[in-house]
Design a protein around this ligand. Structure first.
Ligand SMILES: Nc1nc2c(c(=O)[nH]1)N[C@H]1C(S)=C(S)[C@@H](COP(=O)(O)OP(=O)(O)OC[C@H]3O[C@@H](n4cnc5c(=O)[nH]c(N)nc54)[C@H](O)[C@@H]3O)O[C@H]1N2
Ligand SMILES: Nc1nc2c(c(=O)[nH]1)N[C@H]1C(S)=C(S)[C@@H](COP(=O)(O)OP(=O)(O)OC[C@H]3O[C@@H](n4cnc5c(=O)[nH]c(N)nc54)[C@H](O)[C@@H]3O)O[C@H]1N2
Ligand code: SF4
Ligand SMILES: [Mo]
Length: 680
């Protein structure tokens, strides 16, 4: 069995501090100082290796030790003993468990074809080594179905790729130089806390702040203008900004002529969107929209921090395209802190050249439709589901359908996990995985431009093993290993390091952190330029116009109905990263509702309610909150099933329809009704 030699070495000696990095799916990629005493993690703190961390980290990861050593931790492989979902497993050795998994994989391939195998993974361990290394090799060689990893950032990715070829972003560190900051569909106070001090510093230096969010987020409280849009209406708002810029002489015609194409087509699509019309759709008064647009046109440097909240609905791709087009039309580029910030993960230009096998042209399954794939697909049906780096029972739309699939007796499910998640309970075989405190990885941030080495602070807990080892072992057990394959974790790490730009590889080996290009602070249109075919901003990408159901920049009306009039959103909470760490104790989960919506339903604070639509129902208490706009209710993202009274979470109310661009998830397109539970 392939198993790499690992580790103790001096870093693991008792009472030492280990320098590593948080690899969770969070923009910031904090550098960490982990103190280890007698082989156990005692404290987790921020370090200054990543300049953005500034020595502090979020409260969640300070508590990561409770997860590492928690009661939910998977300590050894297990084979299902009771009914699916019971969570009872008979302990097995790794050899037994892997032999069983390998037998079922090859049997499915030989009987039903490779496409009957569905690997299912996402950003649970957002590193370069824990995903798309030996795992991808295994599934490619099996001819498995391919997974479209679209649960997040697919619409924003499509937009930033088409407009700018994913040009690197304005750095967080440059925000203090901005005169205007626009936070659009992003709540850094929960979802990436290291942006917050830079925003506050800019404000102290006189910068203005616009927040576009249906909720009064912590930073919206400090904003000069808060546009509390109805969920899914950012497109009309952004188009009204464009109309204002074009029709009122505020567009930068010189920049448009030199650096863009498609401006006239964008102008034509924006033309109908007066502030009045956008106000009627978005629920924000027209004069407030105009105030924000005036402020944007008049300020420089102006930076838009575009988030992901606006992407998670039927208009999300078009909305993001229109938002990201604003700095081009308004001429905001060419100065430090001028332009936009989206994901910066592409700044390093890393290609996964360590994967030598071509991706086979097998069936592509959109992960947002997992429930459908498990219950409806035939030719062939999914017979083996292999879940790792993801917790679909908690995080994927249409939870009722997903669970229906996981309950199938004829489905063989492998869950390779750190803790006993709601998904792992449905496994036929559970395999225990190491956490980032127990394995090597390379953490490439998507906030700051940052690439760091994660190294183990402690020995694996129980019999947990790293992904790279386990997939190498499965290649062996299925007889698919070839000469030159990486034999396990350390070997895989070497393969990845060797494929990085030379200086990055050397820096990582020396100090654990690669010196970022442009010192991590590129000026858009000075240091970095669009990576499109002609180097111009494409304000009207034809491919997007063809892909969007009604064409580019065309708005699809709000899905609310009389029966289900409330928009349910489920944003990031400060208590977890998606569902990771949500297992730790937390206050009772409540549905947040505006006082007018509560009044109309005769609801008082703390009442037990049912939140429902045609897809499902969630039972929990309600909290009357001034933080959500009228007509919108909110539940946290990433809940475990035990957090509500009836075992269903927000995803049970989320349709598995796809976004207009990129095939993304429509988490914020849920429309619901809320009722008091009789007798309460
Ligand atoms: N603590 C914590 N941090 C996280 C995560 C986490 O779960 N917890 N998740 C990580 C991941 S995977 C991601 S992708 C990022 C996401 O980070 P964010 O972009 O901040 O994502 P969300 O919390 O989904 O949404 C941000 C804001 O968008 C608002 N919103 C909802 N619908 C709309 C809309 O239609 N229009 C507009 N303008 N705003 C809307 C929500 O009210 C919310 O305040 O955060 C990462 N960081
Ligand atoms: N309602 C609602 N749901 C949402 C969203 C929303 O806005 N609303 N947002 C979505 C977003 S933005 C995202 S990105 C997705 C995220 O969805 P998921 O990718 O499913 O994220 P997590 O819930 O964090 O689950 C990751 C799992 O991977 C495991 N893991 C971590 N590292 C490793 C490793 O090295 N090896 C193995 N084998 N396992 C590991 C962790 O223990 C964890 O259980 O959730 C989405 N779900
Ligand atoms: S979750 Fe984000 S803020 Fe918290 S330690 Fe990790 S990278 Fe830093
Ligand atoms: Mo995400």
């Amino acid at each position: 069995m392939a198993q790499s030699p690992r580790t103790p070495a001096d870093a693991h000696a008792d009472g030492h501090t280990v320098a590593t990095v948080c690899t969770l799916d969070c923009p910031d990629s904090c550098s960490l100082a982990v103190t280890v005493h007698e082989g156990r993690v005692t404290t987790i703190d921020g370090s200054t290796r990543n300049p953005v961390t500034g020595g502090f980290i979020c409260a969640k990861v300070r508590r990561f030790g409770e997860r590492v050593y928690g009661a939910e931790r998977l300590l050894r492989p297990g084979i299902r003993a009771g009914r699916k979902g019971d969570g009872h497993f008979t302990p097995a050795t790794w050899d037994e468990a892997l032999a069983l998994v390998a037998a079922r994989l090859t049997e499915a391939r030989d009987t039903w074809g490779g496409e009957s195998i569905l690997p299912f993974s996402y950003g649970g361990s957002n590193g370069l080594l824990t995903q798309d290394t030996s795992d991808a090799t295994l599934f490619r060689r099996l001819g498995a179905s391919r997974l479209a990893r679209t649960v997040c950032a697919a619409p924003t990715g499509a937009a930033s790729q088409a407009l700018y070829g994913r040009m690197p972003s304005v750095a967080f560190e440059d925000y203090p130089e901005a005169r205007l900051i626009v936070l659009w569909g992003v709540n850094p106070s929960a979802s990436g806390v290291h942006l917050v001090p830079y925003v506050r510093e800019a404000q102290r230096a006189g910068a203005r702040l616009i927040v576009v969010d249906p909720r009064t987020t912590p930073l919206a409280r400090h904003a000069d203008v808060h546009l509390a849009v109805r969920p899914g209406t950012d497109l009309p708002v952004a188009l009204a900004f464009h109309r204002f810029l074009f029709e009122e002489g505020r567009a930068d015609t010189a920049f448009l002529a030199t650096h863009t194409r498609g401006a006239e087509q964008l102008r034509a699509r924006a033309e109908p969107w007066t502030f009045d019309r956008a106000a009627a759709v978005s629920g924000v008064p027209a004069d407030r929209l105009r105030e924000a647009a005036e402020l944007y046109a008049a300020s420089s440097p102006a930076v838009i921090r575009c988030g992901w909240g606006q992407e998670r609905n039927r208009n999300g791709g078009n909305a993001t395209t229109a938002i990201l087009a604003l700095p081009a039309v308004a001429g905001k580029f060419g100065v430090r802190a001028g332009g936009y910030t989206m994901s910066s993960s592409s700044a390093w230009g890393i290609e996964r050249t360590w994967l030598t096998d071509q991706e086979p042209p097998t069936r592509l399954v959109n992960m947002n439709q997992l429930g459908r794939a498990l219950t409806e697909y035939d030719a062939p049906p999914v017979k083996v589901l292999f879940v790792y780096n993801a917790n679909p029972a908690a995080t994927i739309p249409d939870q009722v359908r997903v669970m229906g699939g996981l309950e199938r007796e004829d489905l063989f499910t492998v869950v390779f996990e750190q803790v006993m998640t709601d998904t792992a309970r449905y496994a036929d075989v559970v395999l225990p995985a190491t956490t980032f405190l127990e394995h090597y990885d390379l953490a490439r941030a998507y906030g700051p431009i940052s690439l760091q080495l994660a190294q183990p602070a402690i020995e694996p807990v129980g019999e947990a093993r790293p992904n790279a080892d386990v997939f190498a072992a499965l290649l062996d057990a299925t007889g698919l290993t070839r000469a030159g394959d990486s034999a396990g974790e350390l070997d895989g790490l070497m393969h990845v390091l060797a494929a990085l730009p030379a200086s990055a590889g050397a820096d990582l080996r020396d100090g654990g952190r690669a010196v970022p290009p442009w010192n991590g602070r590129p000026i858009q249109f000075v240091d970095v330029h669009p990576r499109t075919v002609d180097g111009k901003v494409d304000l009207f990408p034809d491919a997007l116009d063809r892909e969007a159901p009604r064409g580019l920049y065309a708005y699809q009306p709000d899905p609310s109905t009389e029966a289900h009039p409330l928009a349910l959103i489920s944003p990031a909470s400060e208590r977890s990263i998606s569902s990771t760490l949500a297992e730790l104790p937390r206050p009772t989960v409540r549905l947040e509702m505006h006082v007018d919506d509560a009044g109309a339903r005769g609801l008082a604070d703390g009442d037990q309610v049912r939140v429902f639509n045609a897809l499902g129902e969630v039972r929990c208490p309600v909290v009357i909150s001034s933080a959500v706009r009228v007509g919108t209710v909110s539940l946290p993202k990433g809940l475990w099933r035990r957090h509500t009274d009836n075992g269903w979470t927000a995803t049970a109310l989320v349709p598995d329809t796809l976004t207009d661009l990129g095939g993304g998830a429509c988490f914020n397109d849920a429309r619901v009704q809320v009722e008091k539970i009789a007798g309460d």
